[in-house]
Design a protein around this ligand. Sequence first.
Ligand SMILES: Cc1ncc(COP(=O)(O)O)c(C=O)c1O
Length: 505
Amino acid sequence: MTSLVLQFNNTIHPRFLRIAMSIKHAIQSGQLQPGETLPSTRLLAKQVNSHRHTVMTAYQELIAQGWLTSIERKAYQVNQDLPIENSQQSPNSVNPSAATFQWSLSPNVFTKATGQRHDKQPAHEFHYNFAGGQADLSLFPFQEFKTYLSDSLVRPDLTEFYYGKPAGTSLFIEQMTAYLRKARGIMNKDIIVVNGSQEALYLLSQVLLTPGDHVAVESLGYQPAWQAFQSAGAVLTPIKQHNKGIDIEALTTLVERQSIKLIYLTPLHQYPTTITLPIAERMAIYQLAAQHNIAIIEDDYDHEFHYDSQPPTPMASDDPQGLVIYLATFSKIMFPGGRLGFMAIDKTLTPALLHYRQIMNHKPNVLMQQAVGKWMQAGAFERHLRKMTKIYHQRRDHLVSLLNAYNLQSLKPVNFIVPAGGMALWLDVGDNAEALETYCDQNDIYLLSEKHFQLNPQKSVNHHVRIGFAGMSQEKLQQGLGIILNFIDSHPHSESMAASIVEHV
Ligand SMILES: Cc1ncc(COP(=O)(O)O)c(C=O)c1O
């Protein structure tokens, strides 16, 4: 240990005892842990402005009392056998009569973990991980990326490292602007970089919504986005879905009857059903939004991973009114721990968002943006995307062929639509979904059933599971799926395996 901050009680004399008592206090409060080495007498003496012999006497006193032990007369450490973890848990803490501080939390329900997705441990800790949107991090080119990261430090652009430039670094924004124009047809929008798209959802909620505003969301959808809207006091209104996407008639009735402030959509690979919203429906939704003065958030979270054709250009690419807010993330292209995402927005919205962002966080992490900017500039980013798209495509095809083979030989076929892209498949397992999820929990398999994606679970049936196929090798995918299909095969389910991929209110 190099430094130790001690709290002195100046009423204690002599000085060596004052030092000894403050170290004892640090041990009792958990600041110093059993087994931990103390600073050398020379160092501590310097820190507490005492003579080295005074500190040595303090240490000897604590050895005599049993708080410290000395290691071969060279170093001192806290007695390993002390039954102390920290003052919160120790009834013998410094002031046993002190009651725990009572926090007065804001009435905002989000100070509690309200229905936060589920109470499973993180998906990657399971042996088989069928989480829907998980990239295979073992295939990320960390070594290659390190070059761009270290280059950002070796040749730092100092203007970026100061405060200011709250939207993001020039290099990253330039690269992203060019990429969006060429690869996604998005132009004439401002880019604001965020620490992952969740931050954008929160920021947008705070800036656009007033308590009581209605936000229309897909009735099977992305709970973290819903919670961001709710944190600003919004009321969520479900949009009816069907096998091809959004029920336009129902949406039309909804916006005519109810004042809607915002529509949140995942048009490319609907979350969680993975359905690609057809062009005609996108246009119809845009027209409705324009007529009724509604903003659209288009969450395009895994754009590149589209297999059967080029991905359709985002709604934001044909947005004459500037009402589409486009969100994208690097959590699937790279890894969620990178916390990098951005929104492409109409210029008129930029000032409000930047003002608010600076209250939350002056600016997003510069180092990551610089490294990714250089990665893109070198063309290595697109190379990585091509490689991963190919691998995920193969994994999707493998999963589909395994399911088709199962359906050929089983009396209990499973119903699904081949996803045109994305990282998951929405599988209809009839009324087996609940039992299957429980079985998976018990067998080290991460799998979520439909109920976790429903806006109104009480009013909906639980008939589907989301099979993420991107995060595991083909062999592992096959093994894990084998266990799942064995379960389905050996368990009776309702006769009417749903003919629908989306089956809810
Ligand atoms: C619909 C949707 N949006 C966004 C994200 C990514 O969020 P973030 O960028 O905050 O990691 C995910 C990740 O699972 C998602 O499923």
